[in-house]
Design a protein around this ligand. Sequence first.
Ligand SMILES: Nc1ncnc2c1ncn2[C@@H]1O[C@H](COP(=O)(O)OP(=O)(O)OP(=O)(O)O)[C@@H](O)[C@H]1O
Length: 431
Amino acid sequence: MNLVIVEDDINMRKSLEIALSEYEEFKIKSYKSATEALKKIDSNTDLIITDINMPGMDGLEFVKACENKYDFIIMTGNATLNRAIEAMRLGVKDFLTKPFDIETLVEAIKRAKIIRQKTSDKKSKSQNTHKNTGFFSTSEKLEQTLNLSKKAAKTDASVMFFGESGVGKEVFSRFIHENSQRFDKPFVAINMAAIPANLIESELFGFEKGAFTDANATKIGLFEMANGGTLFLDEIGEMPYEIQAKLLRALQEKEIVRLGSTKNIKIDVRIISATNANLDEKIKNGDFRSDLYYRLNTIPINIPPLRERKEEILEIANKVLDQTCQEYNFENKCLSKEAEKTLLEYNYPGNIRELISIVQRACILSEGDKILSQDLFLEARTFKKDVKQMEKELLEQILQEECFDKQKAADKLGMSAEVLEKKIEQYKIKE
Ligand SMILES: Nc1ncnc2c1ncn2[C@@H]1O[C@H](COP(=O)(O)OP(=O)(O)OP(=O)(O)O)[C@@H](O)[C@H]1O
């Protein structure tokens, strides 16, 4: 298996490289930055293991830049858990919380391989499966959100959904559209966080041929595509400040102008927006226009996180299990009592998106007709052995190999003798 490690921390990178090279089946290349990796990775790569927090291009931007060409495992600390969760939206299936031990990583790598083997011949079929637009389950809290959404659907007012990543903000937005008078017109979605900031303006408003260097032909924007229907602006908090004024004008005047044109085009679009950011904070910091906020937020609707709707967990899990068995032609499978308990105890920082991916993975990897607790692999998302311990062990090993010649050991580890000296003190390594 051709593995690529992308990690800016030299000690961590070397530790991983050395530990994984013990396994004959892994061929490893490692890079200190995402930019370097992007230049060098090729189509032989089976799996990329990347840190999320790196200077320059971070792990999330790296995943985006790879455009779904590779499988990923994200390594995240607690502080960057949100970034890892965002990566799931981009199709990343697995993440490990630091510190983790090497066996946990090896298991995750092997899982990724099996999943690829078991699903690759079904790809064409799974691509045909349509995106789920209905609700899997309900709870008291979800009912409240649903009732508000039904009321909002009867009006043409702007709706703003608040909620963590993966709670279903897009699902609810579609629900409003489908239950509104605009149901037979387009529902068009754009995620501000998923496309480069410099493209958002032309995506929304379109452009005329020759408007800028690469504008070889006229292109209509999403406002025009959504005409008569609904435009869903996901992660609205990420919209660049300069474009916010243009959006506000478009909403007030009900017309847009394509880039490179002077002609006003009438538009009739209902706006639904969503955010998981604290917009009040962004307004205070001058990153988000308050006038736009009030224009978008006529009907605010909150979607609670899954951990506050625990009664939905098993129903969703069972539905996903049935769907996955059908999709891959597996005999029907069910959850064991222990698996149910494990699912109910987990706290789902990635909400329903994460639950779906956990259950799909368990369904694909489990051998028998019962999903066991260990098929869920949730312990990899909780804390285990300290990564610092791994580093200490590596330093001790190299120092021993070099008979405690610090300069030679430092050279082998790719660090300066001063840094090694400090670490020897920090870890109290004795000769
Ligand atoms: N109540 C629900 N019933 C069925 N599926 C759901 C429900 N809520 C969410 N999902 C599924 O979970 C996944 C995430 O949902 P969605 O994209 O709507 O979340 P989101 O809040 O918009 O996330 P993000 O903020 O990351 O864009 C999708 O696959 C969606 O189909």
